[in-house]
Design a protein around this ligand. Structure first.
Ligand code: 1BN
Ligand code: ZN
Length: 324
């Protein structure tokens, strides 16, 4: 056998092996690499559920039905006591710590016992984000006013929010606050309205805990089936921008279209004391069924509760990521 024949005979398989190796590498780079990347994105898109997706509008709507079922809920009424029990038991079952802040409000209708309900989701940091709403209904003479949207929707949204927050590890601490006595007894004025929020802001300022609050997100009248959230102009601009930015990112810009309007609501006592606060409120029902017995369950939808709940959760996520 000639030397070059031997060399050729040995050299050929080595070259082929090398070529095969290079080919395999190319195949890996060209096909497997992209497949892994696409798979990772697909897994994230369909299986790694972002927190805001966990908010279930149907579950919140069930809470709303249950709350409305108790009947009109003016401060001091048996129906409001039943609602308070319902809220407290639901949150305890979800693993939240529940506090009752009892006080007596001096109102044009006399001294009325009131109770703010607070559900606590502890986080790694003592810094607090408050998410709040009111659970009372206006006492309207001769009218069985159940406030499905006005008082019911905020209650339902907070209950579902508590379920989601309790399921995850949070950096910040969350307080879910259900205010009593938001509504006026006679005529809305600085002394006849916002009884629960005025009391709580005053208490927290007095005992030094107000300093721990990074932000307060208020929800009010967020269940209307034709949702139209405007920019409430007393709200803190950076926090409102975070909320409306989240709505845009989630594809809900149509429902957060945002005319501008000032509303005296439960966030105001906190704003007055320097706490960053935003009011997420839909005032369109004001022109139709607001404060009439037509504010019943048929005016609300699970979709609206879900939409606002998810925007609140997406906002919370941003606060939690940047929290100290
Ligand atoms: C919200 C729900 N409010 C009362 N019930 C506050 C409010 C004040 C709304 C003035 C509109 C005008
Ligand atoms: Zn009202």
């Amino acid at each position: 056998m000639e030397l070059d024949e031997v060399a050729g005979g040995l050299a050929a398989p080595v070259t082929i092996r090398r070529r095969r190796k290079i080919q395999t590498r190319k195949t890996l780079i060209l096909f497997v690499g992209p497949a892994v990347v696409v798979g990772w994105f697909a897994w994230h898109r369909f299986y790694a559920v972002p927190m805001w997706r966990s908010f279930d509008g149907a579950r919140a709507f069930e809470d709303l039905q249950n709350v409305v079922h108790f009947g009109p809920r003016p401060p001091g009424s048996p129906a409001l006591e039943k609602t308070r029990q319902y809220i407290s038991v639901e949150m305890e079952v979800d693993g939240l710590e529940v506090w009752h802040d009892n006080f007596t409000a001096v109102t044009p209708a006399g001294d009325i016992p009131m109770t703010n309900v607070i559900g606590i989701v502890p986080g790694e940091s003592p810094s607090v984000v408050v998410v709040a709403g009111h659970y009372d209904t206006a006492r309207l003479e001769g009218m069985p006013f159940v406030g499905a949207n006005d008082g019911g929707s905020s209650t339902a949204l907070l209950l579902e929010l508590g379920r989601v927050l309790a399921q995850r590890k949070n950096r910040l601490t969350y307080w879910l606050v259900y205010f009593d006595g938001e509504e006026a007894f006679r005529q809305w004025s600085p002394t006849d309205s916002l009884y629960g929020s005025r009391h709580m802001a005053e208490q927290l300022a007095a005992d030094g805990r107000l300093k721990k609050i990074r932000a307060l997100i208020l929800v009010d009248m967020v269940g209307d089936r034709h949702l139209d959230i405007l920019r409430e102009s007393n709200s803190t601009p950076w926090l409102q921008a975070l909320v409306f930015g989240s709505a845009r990112q989630l594809g809900y810009a149509n429902s957060f279209s945002g005319g501008t309007y000032p509303v005296e609501d439960d966030h105001v006592p906190f704003l007055k004391r320097g706490v960053a606060a935003v009011d997420i409120i839909d005032l369109t029902p004001f022109h139709t069924y607001h404060h009439t017995e037509a504010d019943a369950i048929d005016k609300c939808s699970p979709q609206s509760l879900q939409l606002v709940g998810r925007v609140v959760l997406a906002t919370i996520d941003k606060l939690d990521r940047s929290g100290q």
